[in-house]
Design a protein around this ligand. Structure first.
Ligand SMILES: NC(=O)c1ccc[n+]([C@@H]2O[C@H](COP(=O)([O-])OP(=O)(O)OC[C@H]3O[C@@H](n4cnc5c(N)ncnc54)[C@H](O)[C@@H]3O)[C@@H](O)[C@H]2O)c1
Length: 361
């Protein structure tokens, strides 16, 4: 029997609640598909920091990286200096494990979940490849004369040929292998701001050079400001998208809204062939912590992505079909905190849907 070792970091705020439901779904699907999950829980996050002043010790980092995959809830707590835990845990895992692709599928499963009028599920089905280790997030920053009227603050936007090329190449491969939608060419859209941030000319050139190796993939280009408009006006035009770290951060939250909100949007932080990290894209939503109203579906979808990555594709698909059926049934009027269902009840509904999908197949 296949066995997968998963490092689980529930984290802060609503993280432990949504991860709890995700693990229930994971255990159920593992037993249905005949594989074993061996989770190891790690306590890192705000409570642990307040008790011990530890963010993510090196020994624990080494232990985490020895797993087959990592499942993260959310990190961030208003009692702690802004960014300290987010950089110390999330960014550290992304950078030090060199998880260079942030993969974010955007799919609308049921029309009533989309805030845009007359947008149907077949109109929203694309995947964003966000470069995940460079840009302004590389941490090259500083303050000069801090706190004085002459203060200067800088933060470098950094791109390397290697970093840009590997993200673009991953995106072309994905665009080539992603199931084609009826009547549409395989397409990859580069989103940048090369007209104003001239360093992004590196993206333009690399996109053209790598793209020449993929003649079967149609190339498209948009500036980020226009892309924010197009994704609202005509989301059906996207197939696969590749973009930089900062623009991907923003564009995927906007995209998440058209698929139903942060309650469903999931992501994988991936280095192909190595231990990779899967998480909902939402944060710790501190004001909802402990209230049992957070939607666990984003975490459940992150688990589906994780299973796909681990080679358990039928289990991954089973979860996706169960979630899709549940959403199409309209039992959940929304995916926000106002759905009328508790975190636990939504976990139950997904498990029920898993059984129904199995019975129907
Ligand atoms: N990867 C991460 O762990 C991550 C990502 C983003 C933000 N953060 C951190 O999280 C903290 C809070 O950030 P924020 O308030 O800007 O963003 P957030 O994503 O935590 O919450 C924004 C809003 O989205 C909704 N929401 C989020 N998750 C939901 C869910 N599962 N179900 C239903 N509704 C949900 C809620 O209305 C919430 O108030 C900050 O400390 C921030 O740095 C962490």
């Amino acid at each position: 029997m296949a066995s997968h070792r998963i490092a689980v970091i529930p984290g802060d705020g609503i993280g432990p609640e949504v991860v709890g439901e995700g693990l229930r779904v994971l255990e159920r699907v593992a037993s249905l598909h005949g594989f074993e999950i061996r989770p190891t829980r790690f306590p890192f996050g705000a409570e642990h920091y307040l008790e011990s002043r530890e963010v993510l010790p090196d020994a624990a980092f080494s232990e985490i990286r020895a797993h087959d995959a990592i499942l993260l809830g959310a990190i961030g707590d208003p009692r702690i200096e802004v960014g300290l835990l987010e950089f110390g845990i999330i960014a550290r895992l992304r950078f030090d494990l060199d998880l260079y692709v942030n993969l974010r599928p955007v799919r609308l499963y049921a029309e009533h979940l989309c805030p845009l009028k007359d947008v149907r599920p077949e109109d929203v089905d694309f995947t964003v490849v966000r470069e995940n280790t460079e840009d302004a997030y590389a941490g090259m920053r500083g303050f000069f004369k801090k706190g004085t009227p002459d203060e200067i603050a800088t933060q470098e936007i950094l791109f390397t040929r290697k970093g840009v090329e590997r993200a673009i190449r991953y995106a072309f491969e994905l665009a080539r292998t992603r199931p084609a939608r009826a009547g549409r060419p395989k397409k990859l859209t580069l989103i940048d701001k090369a007209n104003a941030i001239r360093a992004m000319d590196l993206w333009t050139r690399t996109f053209a050079e790598v793209g020449a190796e993929y003649p079967d993939v149609t190339r498209d280009h948009q500036y980020i400001d226009a892309a924010c408009m197009y994704v609202v006006r005509d989301p059906a035009q996207y197939d696969t998208v590749v973009t930089s770290n900062m623009f991907g951060d923003i564009f995927t939250d906007l995209s998440a809204m058209i698929q139903g909100g942060l309650g469903i949007a999931a992501s994988g932080n991936i280095h192909p062939g190595r231990v990779s990290l899967f998480e909902p894209i939402h944060g710790s939503a501190p004001k909802y912590a402990g209230r049992g109203v957070a939607n666990p579906i984003a975490t459940i979808m992150a688990i589906s992505m994780m299973l796909g990555y681990l080679g358990e594709s039928s289990a991954a698909q089973h979860i996706e079909e169960a979630v899709a059926d549940l959403l199409r049934s309209r039992r959940l009027p929304s995916l926000g905190t106002d759905s009328g269902f508790s975190t636990r009840q939504i976990g139950d509904l997904v498990i029920e849907a898993l059984e129904q999908v199995r019975a129907a197949s």
